[in-house]
Design a protein. Structure first.
Length: 581
């Protein structure tokens, strides 16, 4: 099962901007990433987020990490392990974090590498479980949880690491029987408030595929059998899920090609068959799920409709029964069957890598294309006061192919949003030099106080423009409101409880945190490391209602991920910050 970038905060409008070009596949990119013996060992994996494509490659005595742009250019190349072979490397992550899970062949525990700066540097989590020669390792990251499935002898296990707690929370046995399990796969549905984790594997002696699910914070549910009509043994290949259905792939011993089924989750009913792609070489079928909760898979096809081509399959669970959509990723004269087609998603874009006989370096380099859909809006837009007393906007980018951002503004004294953007930028921040913060406290004492609002869109090379981000507001010094009368009553400013994202983030060593208090009360603003240890107390006193800003100096702390918590009256909010030295 492949990855989807987890969008933790969806505080934006999904309205698509007018006159966007149609989505479609980009041109073929030849990469410089070498995958020797890839047709036999399937030794590469991909995860995509707003910082680019993150690819790991298993070599005979090394594990390599590559960061690749959407034009196929390699930005970073790092050796995660050298002079040792590794087993079952897998990569996942979210908007700001990367995780690589594997086992070194000369060790009997699983290792996990983590990067919080886009693959520039890596650190290690604690190892697990002890004295176990794990194999068939695969990971998925979602909602602050890193989920890992693996084999130990004749048993299937699941472990997960919670980044808020800062440790491995649970290790549980998924299957324990006299039959030997094989080919375990994992899929996650994170569309709800919690993670629901799905596991599939086949029983080696009978090759009957089994599945079960686990709800994080709840129970491990009953073991079920995957539905299929074949009288032949089945080999588990891959799995995708949405809110209602499982989409799974398997390979019978006879005839030897991929078959697919759709099965309803809640009553285990068979729904329909997925047209098979007659590829006799595949031992894994990779899937991903986009931000709109649509699962996808891709593979080499010899279907009558798509002969000798790399084809994407999309599953639309919003229809009854679910529909399966097919489109061609790539076709080329002289192209021989492609054994491994690996894919990931960022937003609603699909990023696909494979190795074929026509690539550069005698066919040993990865080739790459992506499906260019409308970008997602920028995430977590915040506004703070700059050093020059101007509104400073900052946001997080979920799209790796953004070429610029457009800034939109509204003067609440006038009422309407400005039709055209006030400016554009290539950065993840923008300072509005045309406006100044009202510096008086409380703000209603300013002579011509106006509440200005901002929102941002992302534009890719298409050019396709996203919908708007969440809206942020700031009390700024503006001109007198239009149609203001001397008899109009004075409107008292009303504040809300809020905790802003620190800026800059990542930072070194200082950053600014903004927060608002709706009513007077005791205020606590503290910073904790990922083990829950308090490392700084920024505010611990009585505060009146209002907007506040505090600086945090982390010069005495080490690089890493931290959380800060605001609590006052009955309000509490938590956000993360990244110290990068």
């Amino acid at each position: 099962m492949k990855k989807i970038v987890v969008l933790v905060i969806l505080l934006f409008s999904t309205t698509v901007m007018a006159q966007n070009p149609d989505p479609g596949w980009t041109t073929l990119r030849e990469t410089s990433i070498t995958v020797a013996n890839g047709s036999t060992n399937y030794p590469y994996d991909i995860f995509t987020n707003g910082e680019g494509n993150h690819i790991i490659v298993q070599e005979p005595n090394a594990l390599k990490y590559y960061k690749m742009k959407v034009d196929g250019t390699t930005l970073t190349s790092t050796s995660l392990e050298t002079n040792v072979s590794v087993i079952s490397p897998s990569i996942s992550g979210d908007l700001t974090r990367l995780y690589v899970v594997y086992r070194k062949s000369n060790e009997n525990f699983i290792r996990t590498k983590v990067s919080t700066n886009g693959g520039v540097s890596w650190s290690s989590l604690s190892t697990y479980p002890p004295n176990s020669n794990a194999s068939s390792i695969e990971c998925e990251f979602s909602k602050d949880n890193l989920h890992v499935i693996y084999l130990i002898g004749t048993d299937v296990f699941h472990s997960y690491y919670n980044t808020v707690v800062g440790g491995w929370v649970l290790t549980q046995q998924i299957y324990d029987d006299s039959y030997t399990p094989a080919n375990p796969r994992i899929a996650i549905n994170n569309a709800g408030s919690v993670d629901t984790v799905y596991f599939t594997f086949d029983k080696f002696e009978t090759h009957r595929i089994k599945w079960r699910r686990y709800i994080v914070g709840g129970s491990l549910q009953a073991l079920n059998r995957m539905w299929n009509t074949s009288t032949y043994y089945s080999i588990n290949l891959g799995l995708a899920v949405d809110n209602n259905y499982m989409y799974y792939f398997y390979k019978p011993n006879v005839p030897l090609y991929i078959q697919g089924r759709i099965q309803r989750i809640w009553n285990n009913d068979f729904i329909t068959t997925i047209l098979s792609n007659n590829n006799t070489h595949v031992n894994k079928n990779f899937t991903t799920r986009t931000a709109n909760n649509k699962p996808y898979s891709a593979s080499w096809s010899t279907l009558e409709t798509f002969p000798n081509r790399i084809v994407r399959m999309g599953f639309n669970g919003a229809t009854t029964p679910p529909s399966v959509e097919y489109d061609v990723i790539h076709t080329q004269n002289g192209l021989t069957p492609v054994n491994v087609v690996n894919l990931s998603s960022a937003g609603n874009d699909i990023h696909v890598v494979w190795k074929d006989n026509l690539g550069t370096n005698n066919g040993n380099n990865l080739r790459y294309k992506y499906y260019d859909d409308i970008p997602l809006p920028p995430q977590n837009l915040t506004v703070t006061k700059s050093a020059n007393n101007h509104p400073l906007l900052s946001w997080i980018n979920p799209n790796p192919d953004v070429s610029l951002y457009k800034i939109y503004r509204r003067n609440a004294c006038i009422g309407d949003w400005e039709t055209d953007p006030i400016n554009s930028t290539n950065n993840l921040y923008y300072e509005d030099l045309t406006q100044s913060y009202c510096t008086a406290i409380p703000p209603q004492q300013c002579t011509y106080l106006c509440n200005f609002e901002y929102r941002v869109t992302a534009v890719d090379p298409g050019p396709k423009e996203s919908g708007y981000s969440n809206t942020v507001s700031a009390w700024l010094v503006g001109g007198p409101p239009q149609k203001a009368g001397i008899d109009e009553p004075v409107v008292e400013t009303v504040f809300e409880y809020s905790l802003g994202q620190n800026y800059p983030n990542p930072f070194n060593p200082t950053t600014t945190i903004n927060y608002s208090i709706k009513s007077a009360g005791d205020v606590s603003l503290k910073v904790y490391d990922m083990l829950g240890t308090e490392v700084a107390s920024l505010v611990n006193e009585m505060k009146e209602a209002g907007n506040y800003s505090v600086n945090f100096n982390a010069a005495n702390l080490s690089s890493g991920l931290y959380v800060y918590i605001l609590s006052t009256n009955n309000f509490m909010d938590t956000k993360k910050l990244i110290l990068l030295k």
